[in-house]
Design a protein around this ligand. Sequence first.
Ligand code: NOJ
Length: 499
Amino acid sequence: MALTPESASTTPLHNPSNFSAALGLPYLGDYPRTYTHEGGFPAGFVWGSGTAAYQIEGAWNEGGRGPSIWDDFSGAGGPAHEAMVKVGAIAGGGGNHSGAVACDHYHRYREDVQLMASLGLRHYRFSLSWPRILPNGTLAGGVNEEGAAFYDALIDALIAAKIEPFVTLYHWDLPSALQTAASPGWLSAGTVRHFEDFARLCFERWGGKVRRWVTFNEPWTFTAPGNPYADVRTGPYLAGHNVLLAHAAAVRAFRETAAASGGAIGITNNIDWREPLTAAPEDVAAAERAREWWLAWFCDPIWRGDYPPSMRASLGERLPTFTPSELESLQGLNHYGSSFVVAQPNGKHYGKHYGEGNGESYWRDYEALALHSEEMKEEAAASAWLYSVPWGLRKLLSWVKRRYGNPPLYVTENGWSTPGNDSASSAQVADGSRVRFLANYTSELRRAIYEDGVDVRGYYAWSLLDNFEWEMGYSERFGLVYTDYATQRRHPKASARWL
Ligand code: NOJ
């Protein structure tokens, strides 16, 4: 197995007895290369697809919507940000991409619901735009009735089409008014209170119609890697802590809201599976540490009452204390790729923003380096970070089952990207690589359910439509449906029929 860098330690992993047996995970160091596509899923298993508000809605300054931090970052509105011209330019997309128009879903939601119905979609996960509902982020600043009415209409249209709505409250589009020097986003306790108000408002308004909710999408992604904190020693841990407190507050609000009774609430976390590259104890420990610092950081406090012991031991007082509370909630998992891991004491492979040159930062603290094998790289998506590793999903599900006592799980995202500059030709919509990815991953999902006994209840493919892929702009396409941005025509791809 050729890996970069070559300096990785070389004790071969392909010796089952070495360590995997002790962890009780499938594949014992021997990874499948082919997958079978036979057999069904349990009765009632949920199949769906998803989107997020900023990635599809557009209409950034219409209908009373306030600006979000993503308008600021990508330059659609708000103050110019030094990074904005880089959005979409990173992969040669020309730059200056933003969610100002995106898929124009705000104006085309009726057609999009019809499209979903025509594809036979029965479950749809989407997010509410906080600044569309509360333009300056707070209740005191007033509810934007027109924005709320948009979601009334969308939810009603879905229900009329017999499509079950699954709502995410926070998919990264924080109101700009809550990201200021005085109120620094998730570093601020005020944001926790305002999120609770926003959540309660949503439960009261839509709790009678929406039965499945998620508070946060991928807390790790918007607290750990993406933020140039003034103090990299404590920033990620404080932001992460506030997100957990906000999740807890929203779960309590949900329980107290009569309209929501009978529904279910949870959180969506994410992780790329981390597999030790070798059987050397330090690499085995590094892989487990990477899982703990990525996924268990946000799951342990909810399902085990405190942060992972490895984080407590290493971070000391830099990690806030958590008062355990009853937070019974569903686990959603977003999962895409996997990589191998080697121990890297005092790691320094991340840029200045993330603490290079500083003795302590999230990326140094966790002391693990991730690498892709040549075999993994054989199936590469358009996104630089994404390779197809179906067995990683099965291992991840098994790990979550063991660590948290087999809670009900939903795979809330799993998907594949193709290049953004393709046209809507038949070659483009014949997305064989995506169909293969989805088929192979769901094959492993099926084995996790039937062979490993993992309680997975549903699977949402990402994404329904090609859309605004955050800092990559429109240079990557994750959709089951092709979006022609010039005409806003939708073209279902082969994968849309497959699902
Ligand atoms: C996870 C995020 O939740 C989603 O918004 C994004 O488009 C996909 N990953 C693909 O990067």
